[in-house]
Design a protein around this ligand. Structure first.
Ligand SMILES: [Zn+2]
Length: 306
């Protein structure tokens, strides 16, 4: 019996090792998230563009990746889905920079459509992964413990090298990037802010994680995670109170990229200047949040009276 088991194990071992090396997370998503269809916009590439100053967009058609450059190396925020490393790298090249000079990796939210290739970029560049405390667990287990999309890995796990606090300033060369906890969308969702000077003007720039509520998420009745409703409320309140001149977000659709940006026009720091638009976008999300709270309260009452 032991002999047969040994044979079985030797036969199995190479197959298992091979499988784990060639695991495709894009394929695994079908199993992890039944009914999920990859939006076509997530597979499309997009040329790089300059947001303002030393902040560049190097991501895809909808999934946003940001590069902040300095003479001491760069900060890269988010990836797209698995495989997006190639387009991100090509976009960085096209700007005249090198992905090998990325020193710090950040994510705005630990969901696979923004984190899938962080581990590969870390391996290839030696960059350090920084993350907010509540997102560390999900990043390190590849989304397994995600309270909404978890149960199976949805992206390649990445080891976090340093935990960043709310309000902390990440410095690299002359980059000073402030971490803003904006939880709700994920437990550790965060935005990143910095000041950029252009033409004698100082702009408050926010790479904003918007408080969108994924379908099926529960706020009140059996909340997706304890405190999720309070987290969203805090995020809307603090975001509306922030001084924001220029903003971008994790999805191009969230900040009206295709209304604001015209590739045929020369670079202008005003392209993404939109202070009112930011407050409007947050206010809209907050209104949707309130509608969902009311619906859930009604459902709870109906359940009690039945
Ligand atoms: Zn998300």
């Amino acid at each position: 019996m032991a002999y047969l088991l040994a044979i079985a194990l030797t036969l199995l071992a190479p197959a298992v090792a091979q499988a784990s090396e060639t695991v495709s997370y894009n394929d695994k998503l079908k199993e992890a998230l039944p009914g999920f269809e990859m939006p076509a916009a997530w597979l499309r590439s997009h040329p790089p563009f300059r947001v303002v100053g030393n902040v560049y967009g190097v991501g895809g058609f909808d999934l946003a990746t940001y590069l902040i450059t300095s003479s001491e190396g760069h900060i890269l925020i988010n990836t797209g889905i698995e495989g997006s490393i190639d387009d991100i790298s090509a976009n960085i090249d096209a700007l005249g920079y090198d992905i090998a000079d990325v020193k710090i990796l950040l994510s705005m939210q630990s969901h696979f459509d923004h984190t899938a290739d962080l581990a590969r970029i870390k391996e290839e560049t030696g960059a350090k992964m920084y993350a907010t405390a509540p997102d560390v667990r999900v990043l390190e287990d590849g989304g397994f413990s995600d309270p909404h999309f978890g149960g199976l890995e949805t992206f390649r796990p990445i080891k976090v090298d340093r935990v960043v606090r709310d309000g902390e300033v990440i410095e690299l060369g002359d980059i000073k990037l402030t971490v803003h906890y904006h939880p709700g969308h994920t437990e550790g969702s965060s935005s990143y802010g910095m000041k950029v000077q252009e033409n004698g003007k100082t702009y408050n720039v926010l790479i904003a994680n918007m408080g969108t509520i994924n379908p099926g998420k529960k706020l009140l009745v059996e909340p997706t995670y304890p405190g999720v409703s309070e987290d969203f409320a805090t995020t809307y309140r603090t975001q509306k109170a922030m001084p924001v001149d220029i903003w971008v977000a994790a999805h191009k659709s969230q900040y009206g990229f295709y209304y604001k940006y015209d590739r045929s026009k020369p670079y202008s720091p005003e392209t993404f200047a939109d202070p009112e638009g930011f407050v409007e976008a947050v206010t809209k999300l907050e209104a949707m949040y309130r509608v969902q709270l009311q619906q859930e309260a009604k459902e709870r009452e109906a359940a009690v009276s039945n």
